[in-house]
Design a protein around this ligand. Structure first.
Ligand code: ZN
Length: 247
C-alpha cells in the first residue's frame, strides 16, 4: 500500500465566506475530499491532516510513515514552522514523494525545493475557463487522460512561472484570457519525486472532476519511493587503490 498523507492548512474551511463554495463542494474539507477519492484506488491508503492539529498535523511518526505527502495551502504559508519545513525537505531528499497543489506554489517547502521565487501571474474571475492539455502523453501521471479537458470555473495562473526548468512538463493550461501555464510539472530532488499541479482554487469544485482525480491518483503512484538502495557517495574513492583496477 502507498501511504499518502494529505496536508491542508484548513483555514478557509472555517471562514464564513466559503460556506457557499468550498464547504458546499467539500463538506469535510479539501484534505478529506482528496483523501476520499485517493482511497478509491486499492493501492492507496490516504489520510487527511491539518495545520491546526498537534505538531501542525505532521508529528515525526506521521511524517516518517508517509510515502507521498500532498500539500494544499494558501493563506497559512507563514504559519508553517521552519523546523517542520526542514524535516519535510529531508524526507523528500530521502525518497518521500510530494504533490503540491494550486497555491502551494508559494509554500515554504515548494520554494525551498525549487530555490526560486515561484511567483506567477494570476486572476480570479467567475467567468474564467481553463483547458488542460496533456503534453507528455507517455508519462505515468498522464495515463488514461484525454488530449485535453476543460475546467469551467478556475483561477488563472499564468506564465512567467519563476521555477527551475522542470524534469517533465506533463500538462500545459490555456485560459480564456489567452494566457498559458505549465500546470503539471515534475522534479527529482535527491531520491524524492515532486509533482506540482496548479488547478485547485478553493471556490470552484475542481477536485470533484474525474480528470483531476485521475491525475492526482496517478501522481500518488508515480511519486511513491523507489526501493533502490544506492546511496550518494560520501567519501572520495581512490581509483588506484581499487581492487577492480588491476583486473
Ligand atoms: Zn487560488
Amino acid at each position: 500500500m502507498i501511504k499518502v498523507t494529505v496536508w491542508n492548512e484548513n483555514i478557509h474551511e472555517k471562514e464564513e465566506f466559503y460556506k457557499d463554495n468550498l464547504l458546499k463542494f467539500y463538506p469535510k474539507g479539501i484534505h478529506n475530499a482528496i483523501a476520499d477519492f485517493l482511497n478509491k484506488d486499492p493501492e492507496i491508503e490516504a489520510k487527511g491532516v491539518t495545520l491546526d492539529m498537534p505538531s501542525q498535523g505532521l508529528p515525526d511518526e506521521v511524517l516518517d510513515n508517509t510515502d507521498v505527502l500532498f500539500w494544499w495551502a494558501h493563506a497559512g504559508h507563514g504559519q508553517v514552522e521552519d523546523s517542520l519545513v526542514e524535516k519535510i525537505h529531508k524526507r523528500v531528499l530521502e525518497g518521500m514523494g510530494m504533490v503540491l497543489l494550486h497555491s502551494a506554489h508559494y509554500s515554504k517547502i515548494f520554494r525551498k525545493l525549487m530555490g526560486t521565487t515561484c511567483s506567477l501571474r494570476w486572476r480570479e474571475t467567475e467567468k474564467d475557463r481553463e483547458r488542460v492539455w496533456t503534453i507528455d502523453y507517455s508519462h505515468p501521471i498522464a495515463e488514461g487522460l484525454p488530449d485535453y479537458f476543460d475546467i469551467p470555473g478556475t483561477e488563472m495562473y499564468g506564465e512567467i512561472f519563476d521555477i527551475p526548468q522542470p524534469d517533465d512538463i506533463v500538462f500545459i493550461s490555456w485560459y480564456a484570457g489567452g494566457e498559458v501555464f505549465r500546470s503539471g510539472i515534475t522534479y527529482q530532488r535527491g531520491k524524492g519525486k515532486v509533482f506540482y499541479f496548479s488547478p485547485g482554487h478553493e471556490t470552484f469544485p475542481i477536485y470533484n472532476q474525474a480528470e483531476v482525480q485521475k491525475i492526482l491518483t496517478n501522481a500518488a503512484k508515480w511519486a511513491k519511493p523507489t526501493t533502490s538502495t544506492v546511496r550518494p557517495m560520501t567519501t572520495c574513492i581512490d581509483v588506484a587503490k581499487s581492487p577492480e583496477w588491476d583486473k
